[in-house]
Design a protein around this ligand. Sequence first.
Ligand code: ADP
Ligand code: MG
Length: 241
Amino acid sequence: MTPEPALSPSVVVELRHVTKSYAGGVHALRGVSLTVGAGELLAIVGPSGSGKSTMLNVIGTLDKPTSGTVRVAGHDVGALSDARLSALRARHIGFVFQHFHLAAGRDAVDNVADGLLYAGVGPKARRARAREALERVRLGHRLGHRPSELSGGEKQRVAIARALVGEPSVLLADEPTGALDTASGEIVMDLLHELNGTGTTICVITHDHDIAASLPRRVRFRDGEIIADSGPRCRTAGEAG
Ligand SMILES: Nc1ncnc2c1ncn2[C@@H]1O[C@H](COP(=O)(O)OP(=O)(O)O)[C@@H](O)[C@H]1O
Ligand SMILES: [Mg+2]
């Protein structure tokens, strides 16, 4: 018997021939294969409706593919029960959305602590770790502020702290600067670069050409397919995404 070759531990996300179709003949993904290694920072670009969010949701196990295989942190996602899928999500995946998705009535610490709700951490330790995560995104001076008392950029930094507090294997960000002014967007992108510099694997969907150009790898979508991939790290100088 030939054993299946073990996936390299440095592979965090692997999609093979992934499709996603909706009723009415919408093919959001038409056979997408992608490998993301530990420590990568990649931009996912392409026109509206090209399947970027669908792919991110499939990687994040928020959505199931119609066919194909998805592996996250070595786990074949399609083979997991719902309970084990929730555990995988809590342990390995951090999500950041364009519109922050923070709980309105709760302060920054509580919002970030919620990122550990399903991680088997007690309430006191959750809040302590939330405070540390907020320091990391330089919001140590906003711990008790509610979302309505924060700027857009600060809200997104709270959301990033919430995504990171569980130390996920991969941070998935869907247009994280899409609702921000240029200056706040730059702060958020600087933060993502800095987090990547300390080892966090990050996939960012962006419409912004300058942001995409500033990232080490660019994956381009059109009509549910990857039409270009600059590959892990910049291998050729002057390559335009
Ligand atoms: N829940 C859904 N039901 C039906 N069609 C959907 C659904 N979600 C996305 N789509 C369709 O799938 C395609 C890809 O969407 P999406 O992944 O959101 O694109 P992008 O993020 O690149 O703008 C679009 O045609 C969209 O209308
Ligand atoms: Mg989208």
